[in-house]
Design a protein around this ligand. Sequence first.
Ligand SMILES: [Zn+2]
Length: 490
Amino acid sequence: MSNWETIIGLEIHAQLNTDSKIFCGCATRFGDEPNANTCPVCLGLPGALPVLNRRAIELGARAALSLGLHINPTSIFARKNYFYPDLPKGYQISQYDQPFSANGELEIMTAERDEAGHPLEWRPKKIRITRLHLEEDAGKNVHEGLPNVDRYSYIDLNRAGVPLAEIVTEPDFRSSWEAYDYVNHVRRSLQWVGASEADMEKGNLRCEANVSVRRVGDEKLGTKVELKNLNSVRFMQRAIEFEVARHIKTLESGGTLRQETRLWDDKATETRVMRSKEEAHDYRYFPEPDLAPLVVSDEFIQNVQSEMPELPEARRKRFMDQFALSFADASQLVSDRTLADYYESAAESSGNPRGAANWIRSEVLRELELRSVSADQSPVTASELASLIRLIDEGKISGKQAKDVLVEMFKSGKTAQAIVEEQGLVQLSDSGEIDALIDEVIAANPDQVANYRSGKEALIGFFVGQVIKASKGKANPKVVNERLRVKLLA
Ligand SMILES: [Zn+2]
């Protein structure tokens, strides 16, 4: 397989997070009664005129800026003509030769994965983004869950006219994992700046992959296949892997590939043909006569920029500089914006950024995952976590006690201080009491004492563990360590 090179380009459709549609005032709410959110404009009735939603432009600009794209001062809406039952006008309003935004270069972090799916080495990779353009979504044909679906198809136009940003890349990906890491990067960026919910399960982020292979050293691109119906990032990655293997197998056995659109079937874990290129559309684009050219001023872009939060990559770098975090730690903490805010607040109010990172990455994330909530919905706020960290740092409770206290904080919603007082938790730091425990441990383990005294210093860990166990987890490990070294050599 190493004689072959994989070439992938991606198209993402992201629903912009507006309350109303792009060319009319109808709501964009998900899950409403079919056709409840429609009007003459999005039903495509004759004579109805589109009016551009300013908020869609602002969010489109946020999306473009978050991906490092250049916004064109003038862009043109165009009609993309085709017939389909969920498209009552007979055309979709999109953009064609003068898109909203173009010519971007995005740096992502990517890694190949081992058999178990664990990342190998993370490395930066530049992806060229050809364009980001604005368009309206089509409606939806419904073939399930309604009366007589064996005889009828139903049309729901609630989604018709919902604003989308279509983001198209150059064929710059060389593996399915690069594509996977890119889509996750884009999803996070769009969520981070509030441009889109970017939730693939709700269908407000959809992606398509163009996949081909060629022999290493060949200039010419191989026959490409378009993959659709990729309902999660993981499905997309699997579908690409399947296609690459299929292409190579076909070509190595002397077969030929057809240019076609294929769908991923996750149950069967394979792709199957949806349509061949012979049925491809000619969309006969022309400028939309009912909309003026979209002119975007520098001032508008500066305003959008000034309202945007610090972007994830910048924040990761700042966390590494300001809080001395590793790349891996900082990357995890900026994996979503609410988590990054939570961390920063806990780091500052505890005065222990390293400790805050450790607690969040292990205990707090586990508790949040158990409850399926994000950091901003955490029952334990960042400042309450910071209070807990201070109790440890001041030597009032041990790290082991703190783990139990945190679990209790999540369960009961009480503060760390209240739980510590209620349960009478105190860390044992009194050297007299610790000495008494050490004496017991020394008396009970004469062989290990002899070994330690003859030079096996690594045994100190064993003794610390025994003393802490004897104290039922209350003994201050620092004091135990100091006193043990004195008493073992006495
Ligand atoms: Zn409408």
